[in-house]
Design a protein around this ligand. Structure first.
Ligand code: NCD
Length: 426
């Protein structure tokens, strides 16, 4: 079982803030050897790390000087809103607490990859309350809870809920809290999920409050960026992130921009039609760090030099009277554009869903076979990250590692037809 060594190595690289090359050099092994130690167990190339090397890495981590501002100090995961276990906003995180959460997510990888099972949440019930459209967020929160051994109750839309009969958020939240041990809530109004929190002591997770925030998506996005960067020799500090599309109503970019701003010296290029620019409140918050922010309507120039291109869907369902003039087919991220302006290591991300309807100009499907397209690695990462969120909120994160057993059923080594290409570069 090499999963523990992968967690140890990823944790060490994160805490030392080192690329794979720098870390291999630091521990005196070849980059190739380090890569094979980091491969998932099911990969034919995966190798066990010699005992002496793992002892050395553990010592290195223990010796990290506490005064070094570039490395991580306090290292215990916590997700607290006003002192209580709820996840409402990325504002609840420091860089240290984010990375501690990612360490928990790394321990979940063998379960997310269906090699192992755990029952640490056996008997616990999740209420998945979605008052707005969702596929991946609802299912992945449900699947994450089930993979920790819990069970899930769902409700979708207003029509079939008592809110259609005029019930208040307070009453709904208090009632459901009597049935379930955690609430995941998506609601079309900004700030609404905070109202659920007022009526309950059971952990509540914001799965999207209108154009407000989507913290779990931002966490899985950042987790993806770190994992992908580690492979191509980059770190988040100093990177160039281009965000494209509906930055006004896109809650995923609101949360992600704030979360990335916890790092150092980033360049943000914000590319959108003028009517859909990033809200001033988010800009204010990210300008407080040592970051460079550029805003433009020009996709071609905006994407140049970007390490990450984060595309988003135009959120038409939230429009008041905005026009999207200028949002023409030229605004689409497709293979030709990526080939002409992006580098060989540029990551192409999107929270999904992609709007595939004619005239939507969303991220093109012609990139589907390009390994720079990280969208399905991103969705896959939703499971370990959401498992980590539940484990921390419900206080079982330390029990997971020791509770794992082998999965009894057979699952494919690669989930999708393109994953051999994608995961071959893991
Ligand atoms: C996003 C959302 O709902 O905010 N989807 C998601 O949760 N992955 C993005 C969108 O709807 O465009």
């Amino acid at each position: 079982m090499q999963a523990q060594q992968q967690t140890l190595l990823r944790d060490a690289m994160r805490r030392l803030n080192m690329t794979r090359d720098a870390f291999a050099n630091r521990i005196g092994v070849s980059r190739r050897a380090l890569d094979t130690w980091l491969l998932p167990d099911e990969s034919a190339e995966s190798r066990a790390m010699p005992e002496i090397a793992s002892r050395y890495v553990m010592e290195l981590v223990e010796r990290i000087p506490s005064g070094d501002e570039y490395t991580q100090r306090v290292y215990s995961p916590s997700i607290l809103h006003e002192g209580r276990p709820h996840l409402l906003s990325v504002d609840q995180f420091s860089r240290d607490s984010v990375e501690a959460l990612f360490q928990v997510a790394d321990t979940m990888q063998p379960i997310a990859r269906r090699q192992k099972i755990t029952r640490v949440l056996e008997g616990a019930v999740l209420a998945n309350l979605f008052f707005e459209a969702s596929t991946r967020t609802r299912v992945s929160f449900g699947a994450a809870f089930c993979r920790l051994g819990g069970s899930v109750c769902d409700t979708t839309g207003f029509t079939f809920s008592s809110m259609a009969k005029g019930e208040s958020i307070y009453d709904t939240s208090r009632v459901i809290s009597g049935y379930a041990d955690a609430l995941v809530v998506r609601h079309p109004e900004k700030g609404s999920v905070a109202e659920f929190v007022r009526a309950t002591n059971v952990p509540v997770i914001n799965a999207g409050d209108g154009p407000g925030e989507h913290p779990s998506q931002a966490l899985l996005d950042l987790y993806t960026i770190q994992r992908e960067f580690s492979r191509v020799g980059k770190i988040v500090d100093g990177s160039h992130i281009a965000m494209v599309g509906d930055l006004k109503y896109g809650r995923t970019v609101h949360s992600l921009a704030k979360l990335l701003a916890l790092y150092r010296g980033l360049k943000f290029t914000l590319i959108s039609p003028t009517s859909l620019e990033m809200p001033a409140s988010i800009l204010d918050q990210i300008t407080r760090g040592d970051h460079v922010i550029e805003q433009t309507n020009d996709l071609q120039t905006g994407l140049k030099g970007a390490d990450v291109v984060y595309a988003t869907r135009i959120q038409k369902e939230r429009f008041a009277d905005e026009s999207i003039e200028g949002y023409t087919p030229d605004f689409q991220i497709n293979q030709a554009l990526v080939d002409s302006v992006c580098g060989p290591d540029t990551l192409i991300m999107h929270p999904l869903p992609r709007d595939g309807r004619p005239g939507a100009n969303d991220l093109s499907t012609d990139l589907n076979h390009d390994p720079r397209l990280a969208i399905f690695r991103q969705t896959d990462n939703g499971i370990p990250v959401r498992m980590a969120i539940f484990a921390v909120l419900l206080g079982v994160e330390r029990q997971v590692q020791h509770s794992m057993r082998d999965a009894a059923w057979k699952s494919p080594a690669y989930i999708g037809p393109d994953d051999a290409v994608f995961h071959g570069i893991d």
